[in-house]
Design a protein around this ligand. Structure first.
Ligand code: AMP
Length: 450
């Protein structure tokens, strides 16, 4: 038996045409006109209830809580990660995030994109079942002070991230939520790009026909300056900026520009990269939220990242995990003008990747010790160190499977606790999606009335 959920899914004609130019076969879904009814087939929940056994809470994504579960039908990969997304009450319309994520992930198959293995519904929730990443995520690696990251390790992580994002762009998809905790670490050590809840299809500017996108995307620390300044027309270079910020964070072992508000974010960016000028970024002063900031000059990034200049070393007195080529690539990823900013595809051809040391082989990348020790004891639970106290408390509560209302209450508590540790996509994004759901619902009703 299948249960069906009929949902409106936004598709714009330009992206559809653009997709046809890709080498992939256009799916029937990609041929539909401007807006369509998409039927998501989900398997019977009762069968899934016996197949997947919920173990603990792993974390909170932008729009749903993620659990670890055992998979009774797959002895080779006995664990999965299940993202539970509330579909919303019928009168509130349908939550788009899940539909968007399912649609995009069903089409994207790449060694560095997390595979969606199953989808099922239970009560008012849609459950997205993913391959389990037992190594945690890149944020955990960055924060783990027992791990030393060499230039070669950072190069390997950056290469895998760029390959995943470049693949999305080749398939006309913007990720729009690149950040360390959306880069999961597989047991092999391979990175896998996750959380496509804010992703969307894009087309060339001509084909987009002046179409505006929401600016409420990305966690603030990874948000490109054009978004912070209110641009509504943007492209894949927003992901280049975010990956640049992740690259900086890998080398510094702390966020590069951790703003506490949008203005503070711009202040922090301008402090290190200098205040943008019309000469370097034509048209910046015409952006909707442009503000005049006190003039700052660009700092020497080689010094910030401890590249051997006058005998200086990296953060905490350890050898720097940056080198001259790394700084050159970083500056290209963090160019103010999106037109001058390097694309993820071009970045992979940068001298950084063709000069010694070579990127660390995936299986030789450092592993989290806590993780390995805990794996031995409990069969592979994501470990928690001091910084993950909130997650550990939430995990304990989540072990017992209650009814949906109890779970929802528990999720709220988990969300509140987890929010304190690392920024998730903004409330603006959630508000934006709520508004979009409302608009789509009324379009759906108009269509039905015709
Ligand atoms: P997401 O909604 O995809 O951002 O997931 C939120 C958090 O749940 C991530 O930051 C991870 O810590 C964890 N998580 C998500 N997917 C997986 C997975 N496939 N395997 C292990 N942990 C995951």
């Amino acid at each position: 038996m299948h249960e069906m959920h009929a949902c409106m899914l936004e598709m714009n004609p330009s992206s559809v045409t653009a997709r046809r130019t890709s080498r992939r076969r256009a799916t029937p879904l990609a041929r539909v006109p401007s807006h369509v009814v998409v039927v998501v087939m989900t398997s019977s929940s009762s069968a899934k209830k016996t197949r997947y056994n919920k173990l603990e809470t792993l974390g909170e994504g932008t729009f749903g809580v993620v659990y670890k579960a055992s998979d009774a039908l797959n002895p080779t990969n006995p664990f999965v990660a299940i993202k539970k997304i509330r579909l919303g009450k019928a009168k509130e319309g349908i939550n788009f995030t899940a539909i968007r994520e399912i649609k995009l992930l069903r089409e994207l198959h790449h060694p560095h994109v997390v595979p969606l293995v199953d989808v099922f519904s239970k009560k008012r929730n849609l459950h997205l079942v993913f391959e389990f990443a037992s190594g945690g995520d890149l944020e955990m690696i960055i924060k783990d002070s027992s791990i030393d990251l060499t230039i070669a390790d950072v190069k390997s992580y950056l290469k895998m991230s760029l390959e995943a994002i470049a693949f999305c762009h080749q398939n006309w998809i913007l990720h729009r939520d690149v950040k360390p905790n959306n880069l999961l670490v597989h047991s092999s050590g391979a990175l896998k790009l996750a959380d496509f809840g804010l992703a969307r299809a894009f087309g060339s500017p001509e084909r987009e026909n002046g179409r505006e996108y929401t600016r409420a995307v990305f966690a603030r620390w990874y948000r490109a300056p054009e978004l912070l300044l209110g641009a509504k027309r943007y492209g894949p270079k927003v992901d280049s900026w975010a990956v640049g910020m992740v690259f900086a964070e890998l080398m510094l072992r702390k966020p590069f520009c951790p703003g506490s508000s949008d203005i503070d974010q711009l202040t922090k960016i301008y402090h290190v990269l200098g205040t943008p000028t019309e000469e370097e970024w034509e048209g910046c002063a015409a952006l909707p939220d442009w503000m005049n900031f006190p003039r700052e000059t660009k700092m020497d990034l080689k010094k910030i990242f401890g590249v051997e200049v006058g005998g200086k070393s990296g953060p905490g007195g350890k050898p720097s995990s940056a080198n001259v080529e790394a700084i050159d690539l970083l500056e290209k990823l963090l160019k103010y003008d999106p037109g001058k900013r390097i694309s993820c595809q071009e970045a992979l051809k940068h001298a950084y990747f063709n000069t010694a040391p070579a990127p660390t082989e995936i299986e030789k990348l450092p592993k989290r010790k806590v993780n390995i020790e805990k794996n031995k004891n409990d069969g592979g639970n994501i470990a928690a160190d001091g910084e993950d106290e909130a997650k550990r408390a939430a995990n304990k509560r989540a072990r017992t499977d209650g009814d949906d209302d109890e779970e929802e209450e528990e999720e709220e508590v988990t969300k509140k606790r987890l929010r304190g540790t690392h920024p998730t996509a903004t409330d603006e994004a959630k508000e934006g999606l709520k508004a979009k759901t409302k608009r789509m619902r009324s379009m759906f009703e108009d269509e039905a009335a015709k």
